[in-house]
Design a protein around this ligand. Structure first.
Ligand SMILES: Cc1cc2nc3c(=O)[nH]c(=O)nc-3n(C[C@H](O)[C@H](O)[C@H](O)COP(=O)(O)OP(=O)(O)OC[C@H]3O[C@@H](n4cnc5c(N)ncnc54)[C@H](O)[C@@H]3O)c2cc1C
Length: 417
């Protein structure tokens, strides 16, 4: 692909930033367009790089299942979703990219993304937790070498701030963390450093398609001709897809979250329980997350959710009972029907790529998503297989491209001739 090719990336969160960064590093001409919407996920996130934990259903998976049990809506035997090996491979490779990426971003733009090499502990309080932990211990697709079963004494020795009311813990080694705000800032700055143009506070309102090919992107003020458009619009990816006449099955999944005052060092590992997860960030704030709610684009914060999260956090780390809550917020995860990302090209529409549906793992999966989507955009060999993540899986191989004329009418655009 020649340097004259114009790539427009829609959405400047961790995913759009990573795509723009890797595409610009390849020498492609990139314009990154972002309209910061309320509830955008990256700045709401905990920054966990829990490639193992999230693949086996910890984090929000456990919490969501517990909520379903409490509400009596859980399907028997349908515990937290264990994602397929293809996802685990993808997430593990993406996680492994962080040390080098952190170094490159520090060198390129002087931003430290605060990568902490640590682990994720799943705390075992009761019989139910133990049965769940035992299944993971036996069946984890990553194999035993990356998981340790800790006795109560070993937990107390490694994390003295944790409650003593534990039967033990599972430790997922290599499940690290970063500062998600700094990651997104650094990726955007890195993209600019490598020649990308950023149009911030700019909304994409239409995508112009002619004869099965993307022609241009329409913002609220301008028309930008381009050869490739990349949909990295997070929870809004469905809306952006419709601008191109596509049915991209991405919807918002709200997560509420709590941040404490900055505290002296309390925990080293990130913590997951069946009530909440905790991650003490580099600057001392303890992040307590998070709910998994299907409430559309509502970015409210509810007293009951915050109360439940805080109670879960205090149960795990009793010293948190007396600390100040500094802030509460919510964000919209880009959910997909099978919880897997939606990446790459679609049948029937040339010049369009998805970088969407990263649900609860868009931080850990940002580097590899950025790289593989940039590979496709550049026409390079793809650094990791993306077949399991193509949108075609939802249509049994046939892509839904709604009538082009209808799409353009809907979005008030003239057909390019
Ligand atoms: C509470 C919570 C905790 C989380 N914790 C973790 C975690 O610990 N680890 C992890 O890996 N993941 C976590 N996630 C998930 C992760 O945050 C997301 O998967 C990831 O941020 C998605 O990134 P994105 O760039 O696709 O979306 P976003 O960050 O939402 O970015 C999309 C951007 O596109 C913009 N946009 C939308 N439409 C348009 C348009 N028409 N024109 C221009 N711009 C547009 C939006 O305003 C936004 O800025 C968490 C999410 C939540 C909500």
């Amino acid at each position: 692909m020649s340097r004259a090719t114009d790539i427009v990336v829609i959405g400047g969160g961790a995913i759009g930033g990573a795509v723009a960064y890797y595409a610009a590093r390849k020498g492609l001409h990139v314009t990154l367009i972002d309209q910061p919407k309320r509830g955008r996920a990256t700045s709401a996130s905990a920054g966990g790089l829990w490639s193992l934990g999230e693949s086996v259903g910890l984090g929000c998976g456990v919490i969501f299942h517990k909520a379903q049990l409490d509400a009596g809506t859980a399907i028997p035997g349908n515990g937290p979703a264990q994602l397929p090996p293809a996802f685990l491979d993808f997430a593990m490779q993406s996680n492994a990219m962080f040390p080098q990426l952190a170094q490159e971003l520090r060198d390129d733009v002087g931003i430290d993304i605060e990568l902490e090499r640590t682990s994720l502990l799943f705390l075992i309080f009761d019989e139910g937790d133990e049965a769940f932990a035992r299944t993971l211990w036996k069946d984890c697709p990553c194999g035993r070498q990356l998981i340790d079963w800790l006795t109560p004494e070993e937990v107390a020795a490694s994390e003295p701030a944790l409650t003593r009311e534990l039967r033990g813990a599972l430790r997922f080694n290599g499940d690290d963390q970063v500062n998600p705000y700094k990651l997104a800032d650094a990726l955007r700055a890195g993209a600019i450093h490598h020649g990308a143009k950023l149009l911030s506070h700019t909304e994409v309102v239409g995508i112009e398609v002619f004869e099965g090919r993307v022609q241009a992107v329409q913002t609220s003020t301008d028309r930008l001709p381009c050869s490739i458009v990349i949909n990295a619009a997070g929870a809004w990816a469905g809306q952006v897809g419709r601008m191109a006449g596509l049915d991209v099955p991405v919807y918002p999944v709200r997560g509420q979250i709590v941040g404490t005052q900055t505290l002296p060092h309390l925990t080293t590992a990130c913590i997951s329980t069946s009530d909440c997860y905790l991650a003490q960030k580099h600057h001392g704030e303890v992040i307590i997350g998070s709910t998994t709610e299907h409430v559309g684009f509502d970015v409210g914060v509810t007293t009951s959710a915050i109360q439940t999260l805080c109670a879960g956090a205090i149960r795990a780390v009793p010293a948190l009972a007396d600390v100040d809550i500094k802030r509460v917020w919510s964000g919209l995860r880009p959910g997909s029907p099978d919880e897997l990302p939606i990446l790459g090209p679609v049948d029937g529409l040339r010049g369009y790529l998805n970088a969407a549906g990263l649900f609860r793992t868009g931080i850990v999966n940002a580097p590899l998503t950025g790289l593989v989507v940039a590979d496709v955009a550049a026409g390079d060999p793809v650094s990791h297989p993306i077949e399991p993540f193509l949108m075609a899986r939802f249509q049994n191989g046939t892509q839904t491209v709604v009538d082009e004329a209808t799409s353009m009418r809907q979005h008030g655009m003239a057909s390019a001739k």
